[in-house]
Design a protein around this ligand. Structure first.
Ligand code: KG4
Ligand code: ZN
Length: 424
């Protein structure tokens, strides 16, 4: 089965084409194309994602990204009749299309120009993220999926973005196509490992909007056992980075600055020692699986205020940034590891899955690997390949396939954006 997937829940516009086979026991995937266009530059000057700008960028970029994905997966073919304008789409369909894309006039215009030029690609279904995320952004992807479904006559599968982050581990080492590298560097016919996911599994999902622990009894059977009571871990990285004068998104910026720490050791002058740079590990000892990161962000603010009083020169204060970043990163990592291991132990998890943008953090990956091998050697840790950690449509295709195996298709008329969608 070939799935075309669309992801527009936040600030990445992505279209993927994924070949899938096998049953729910051992689903196998090959990523034929995974085109991701980040809007970071658009949002960076605002210090965070602006929903109306995200919606506009998705609408502008979906057709070019679709074209790229179809070409890369070799599913692109010019229409034989070389129909070059929308008048060839039947009147009744045209009427519906105008309605579906009425809120995205730019996308509608590009759609009507592009679609008659190409043959219906050999795909079996269209998977699309319906939530959670920013509703204006989600709607663009959903309406695009509806329009494609109408013209191509293909079923739609509605996908929960967080399930996508879980399913991302199924994509590891798959696919010889990787949009980030030149084709010449790809190894043809590379063997790809099929990850063994044994249940029950516990998943730690850490992204910009979510931090949650999910008990997975089987594919499609998810239960949240703990979640953040306020800010998500990624949000804490992003907000603290802003206070520190680092660019958006804060996670990678803090991680890079933290690496610079030891080199600056000798330069700490007025502030007594780096031992003073100490941040709390919120809820690390609480008897549940919940998290709270807003206090940690506030602690960074107080630390900076204290520094302002004690270290008069700004240039001296800036030399401490790497230490603050290191401590912030470590505080977040420590809480995430302790809670995940505790949950895995209690629920006798055979597999521990990590998912979400924060899993791109190398320190978290390294320390989690160490902690699992030391404390839970019989559990198998599954980490998504870095490119599948942050938002992408290939993971939406993978989650979509799990639903396709149960014939779980959506009724296009009933599809809607669900900003706060959660596991039932
Ligand atoms: O999953 P994701 O791409 O988008 C959402 O669904 O939110 O996650 C984005 C989050 C941002 O908060 C970003 O700062 C964080 O992931 N992130 C990182 C790293 N790369 C991205 N956090 C820590 N270290 C990183 N290397
Ligand atoms: Zn995400």
């Amino acid at each position: 089965m070939i799935i075309l997937a669309i992801e527009t829940s936040c600030d990445e516009t992505s279209v993927a084409v994924v070949r899938a086979q096998g049953g729910l026991k051992i689903p196998k995937f090959k990523v034929l194309a995974n085109i991701v266009l980040s809007q970071i530059k658009t949002h960076a000057k605002w210090g965070g994602v602006v929903p109306s700008l995200a919606k506009r960028e998705h609408a502008k970029n979906l057709i070019p990204i679709l074209e790229k994905a179809l070409k890369q997966s070799k599913l692109f073919a010019n229409s034989k009749s070389q129909i070059t304008n929308y008048k060839q789409i039947s009147n009744s369909k045209l009427k519906i299309l105008n309605k579906i894309l009425s809120r995205e006039p730019e996308l509608l215009k590009q759609f009507l120009e592009f679609m008659p030029k190409i043959k219906t690609p050999k795909i079996n279904a269209i998977a699309v993220t319906v939530g959670p995320g920013l509703e204006p952004a989600l709607w663009v992807g959903i309406n695009f999926a509806k329009a494609l479904s109408l013209v191509w006559n293909k079923p739609i599968i509605a996908v929960n973005h967080m399930e996508g982050h879980i399913a991302a581990v199924l994509l590891q080492n798959s696919g010889i196509f990787n949009f980030q590298f030149p084709i010449s560097k790809q190894i043809p016919n590379s063997k790809f490992k099929i990850p063994k996911i044994r249940f029950p599994a516990v998943a730690l999902l850490v992204s910009g909007g979510h931090t949650e622990l999910v008990l997975i009894k089987n594919w499609l059977d998810y239960k949240i056992i703990g979640e953040t009571r306020d800010d998500a871990a990624g949000e804490c990285f992003d907000k603290a980075a802003r206070m520190l004068g680092l660019p958006y998104p804060g996670g990678p910026a803090v991680a890079t600055a933290a690496k610079a720490g030891p080199n600056h050791k000798s330069q700490i002058t007025n502030y007594k020692s780096k031992q003073e740079i100490r941040l709390p590990r919120p809820m690390i000892d609480s008897n549940d699986y919940d998290f709270s990161f807003s206090g940690l962000k506030t602690a960074v603010l107080y630390l900076l205020k204290d520094l302002e009083k004690k270290v008069s020169k700004k240039s001296d204060r800036l030399k401490l940034t790497p230490f603050i970043c290191k401590e912030l990163q470590q505080a977040i990592i420590a809480v995430l590891i302790v809670k995940t291991l505790r949950a895995a132990k209690e629920f006798k998890a055979k597999t521990i899955i990590l998912g979400g943008g924060v899993v791109a953090n190398k320190e978290l990956r390294k320390q989690m690997k160490l902690a699992v091998s030391k404390n839970l050697p019989t559990s198998n840790l599954q980490l998504p390949t870095s490119i599948f950690s942050t938002d992408n449509a290939a993971m939406i295709a993978a989650a979509g396939y799990l639903h396709a195996l149960k014939d779980d298709c959506a009724k296009p008329d009933k599809l809607k954006a669900q900003g706060n969608l959660t596991f039932k």
